[in-house]
Design a protein around this ligand. Structure first.
Ligand SMILES: *[C@@H]1O[C@H](CO)[C@@H](O)[C@H](O)[C@H]1NC(C)=O
Ligand SMILES: *[C@@H]1O[C@H](CO)[C@@H](O)[C@H](O)[C@H]1NC(C)=O
Ligand SMILES: *[C@@H]1O[C@H](CO)[C@@H](O)[C@H](O)[C@H]1NC(C)=O
Length: 293
């Protein structure tokens, strides 16, 4: 399949194919298609999933060695440089795929903060956060659950498979602490993933006459006008959407300091290069990776 020309310069993609599902969005609704996870990827024999005895209904299981990895596909944490490289590819392939599928998505939380500083992932961040609209999560659940998307990436001869997995609890609007993540975009080689949450109408608030109140199952709440209309920008070199009132959203979540403080998490922001550079003592003390679970 050919990507729109405008995207070729951005996405490090030569080939993109969806295994087991037509590459073009269906004109007629397709039957639901669930692929068995054991068929996916070369590392699926790895079993490092955490067990959650006190949360038996929790759908997504993170790795027992680090909750930022999917334990079905990973058995170790990556180094700082490796993680950054793979997170960048994860973000780029996600944006490319959602663009192809026509799903409405935008970046949030730490990813939005990274965008604010230099249009890149914060180098100390171990996760990427994206949000989708209610309409889009239904579309992803109905037609793209467990689809595997193959990308040819520079420096990786055999390419890489990414899997989209939708939590069956996405249909439940109530606050479920065990199932606040509605979907994941998973690198089936490293186990790194993007958390995808859904922005929902807060029907309780609407019933009380609050127009435009929105909620997310992870207990964040927004007004419709905070997010929409989305603004178009670039992130890691790719077209991306960000919330309309991005500064207000960031200040609400991280306070004003996060938009001005240039030393953070063992890094210093260099205005000349517009990059977060690891501080030498942090490198020496090996403090750049977050502690385990
Ligand atoms: C997605 O597929 C998996 C594996 O078959 C299944 O467990 C899960 O319930 C599906 N999610 C949805 C939203 O149907
Ligand atoms: C939705 O989630 C809530 C909170 O976990 C739970 O009590 C309720 O049974 C769920 N509803 C359905 C239909 O699964
Ligand atoms: C939804 O609105 C109600 C009523 O205003 C509020 O109590 C509740 O906290 C809101 N839920 C979220 C997740 O924001």
């Amino acid at each position: 399949m050919h990507l729109p020309l405008g995207l070729l310069a951005c996405f490090p993609v030569v080939v993109h194919s969806i295994i087991g599902i037509p590459t073009h969005p269906p004109l007629e609704p397709l039957p639901r298609r669930d692929a068995p996870v054991l068929g996916v990827g070369s590392r699926s024999h790895r079993r490092h999933q955490n067990a959650y005895p006190d949360e038996p209904d929790k759908y997504f299981h993170e790795a027992d060695f680090d909750r930022h990895y999917d334990g079905r596909f990973a058995n170790k944490r990556l180094s700082y440089d490796e993680r950054r490289k793979h997170l960048t590819a994860l973000m780029q392939t996600y944006l490319s795929t959602m663009n192809d599928i026509g799903a409405e998505t935008w970046i949030m939380h730490g990813s939005l903060l990274g965008w604010w500083w230099n249009r890149k992932i914060l180098p100390w961040d171990s996760d990427i956060d994206a949000m989708v609209s209610e309409k889009s999560i239904h579309h992803l659940a109905d037609y793209y659950n467990m689809t595997v998307h193959h990308y040819q990436l520079p420096g990786l001869d055999e390419g890489r498979d990414y899997m989209l997995e939708v939590n069956p609890h996405y249909i439940n609007d109530s606050m479920e602490s065990a199932n606040k993540i509605d979907a994941r975009w998973i690198d089936t080689d490293t186990g790194l993933y993007i958390d995808i949450t859904t922005l929902r109408r807060n029907r309780t608030a609407e019933a009380r006459g609050v127009e435009g109140a929105m909620m997310v199952k992870d207990n964040h709440h927004y007004m419709y006008d905070d997010i929409f209309p989305l603004r178009e920008s670039k992130f890691e070199g790719c077209p991306v959407n960000v919330p309309f009132a991005y500064s207000e959203v960031l200040i609400e979540e991280y306070r004003e300091g996060a938009l001005s403080q240039t030393v953070f998490a063992g890094h210093r922001f260099e205005p000349e290069t517009q990059e977060w550079i690891p501080l030498r003592h942090a490198v020496q003390q090996n403090k750049l990776l977050p502690p385990g679970p």
